[in-house]
Design a protein around this ligand. Structure first.
Ligand SMILES: [Zn+2]
Length: 377
């Protein structure tokens, strides 16, 4: 009996330690369910849920908000999609920034800041990234979630060993939870396939003319600082690129590969013949070479490992001690969106889309994103 006592004490301490650890990590995990606040501009016409277009999503973790801005005059219809990959903050923040500033005069602009809403409710534990990052506004800090590339496994599980997506492409099993491999979606599929199907329904029912999917990628990824275009919009993309070059913004044009199926630009363009684009900027927090993950890395984009990799010629973008801050990445997205719409208007006078409010990119880079976001309420 005497010999058993130390074992009981050690066991008790270990049990209390494990329970405390479970409680704290559970609390952290659940904290990601708390939604980010978005304050749309006074030009907002209505907010809809994705389930408005595909009722089967109603009340599900994929039923994301859609901010709709209608002009007084009818015209063309634009969809801006952010947060397809919630670990690509420039895509997400550019969509938020657009929703909080845009005013539409002609046509209609629909903005989805969190396309994969479930992906915002967790992050990738092995990446060590913070769960949130702050953006300072004159009225205080706004906090935004830094989620995962994939749908939360709590909402969609298990992954198959091999995933055959709705477009027939065979992929690794985890891609079953990657929204940008799930198009054109499945009506009765997994949650991610249903979200993809809902977005396809929105494109059809809202008669979208041009859709732009905002992303980021690691600086070592070859398709970076790029406009990926569906081949039906090659001329439009070329005109936009010339406009961007005249403004001193270097971007590459990449044609959407025909044999890589399930991606937004490929399936949107193939299904509805709309002008479909995907934009990529370089996010060091996303990459395999990154050093210590932190909010500073997400916001300032500075990383010594990437400076070294750049010197060794291993990157597809210029990367020096100044890093690639979030302002610069969001500015590239905004400049490309403006150029694509100007180019659309040049080619399609029958479906003009006219809006104001998106910041001048030199002012955005100088004053920061927070200058263009509403203060927290
Ligand atoms: Zn992405």
């Amino acid at each position: 009996m005497k010999r058993k006592q130390p074992k009981l004490i050690t066991g008790g301490i270990l049990l209390i330690f494990s329970l405390t650890l479970c409680f704290l990590s559970g609390r952290e995990f659940r904290s990601m369910l708390k939604k980010d606040k978005i304050y749309p501009s006074s030009g907002l016409t209505e907010v809809q849920k994705l389930s408005h277009y595909f009722p089967s999503l109603k009340g599900s973790p994929g039923d994301t908000d859609i901010y709709i801005f209608s002009g007084e005059e009818a015209g063309g219809n634009l969809l801006i999609l952010g947060g397809c990959h919630p670990n690509e903050p420039a895509g997400y923040i550019t969509a938020v920034l657009a929703a909080e500033n845009i005013r539409v005069q002609k046509g209609k602009v629909l903005i989805i800041p969190q396309a994969n809403l479930s992906g915002f409710t967790h992050n990738d534990p092995f990446e060590g990234n913070p769960q949130r990052f702050p953006i300072s506004t004159p009225g205080g800090d706004r906090w935004f979630r830094y989620g995962s590339r994939l749908t939360n496994p709590v909402h969609q599980w298990p992954d198959p060993v091999l995933y055959r997506n709705p477009a027939g492409q065979k992929l690794a099993g985890t891609e079953y939870r990657n929204l940008n491999r799930n198009y054109p979606g499945r009506k009765n599929g997994g949650l991610t396939e249903k979200v993809a199907f809902g977005i396809m329904e929105l494109l059809r029912l809202e008669k979208i003319d041009i859709a732009i999917d905002l992303h980021e990628a690691a600086p070592e990824y070859p398709v970076i600082n790029a406009i990926v275009f569906h081949e039906n919009s090659a001329e439009l993309a070329a005109i936009a690129l010339m406009e961007l070059q005249m403004e001193g913004i270097e971007l590459r044009l990449e044609e959407s590969p025909k044999n890589l199926r399930g991606l937004s630009h490929r399936e949107w363009g193939d299904f509805y013949s709309i002008e479909a684009f995907l934009l990529e900027t370089a996010n060091a927090a996303h990459g395999r070479f990154k050093g210590k993950p932190s909010t500073a890395l997400i916001l300032e984009g500075k990383d010594n490992n990437y400076v070294k990799a750049g010197r060794l010629g291993r990157l597809f973008v210029h990367f020096d001690e100044n890093g690639i801050p979030l302002e610069e990445r969001a500015a590239r997205h905004i400049a490309a969106v403006k150029a694509l719409i100007a180019s659309h208007n040049e080619l399609h006078s029958e479906s003009l889309i006219l809006f104001t409010g998106l910041p001048d990119i030199s002012v955005l880079k100088k004053e920061g994103i927070g200058a263009f976001l509403k203060p927290p309420k």
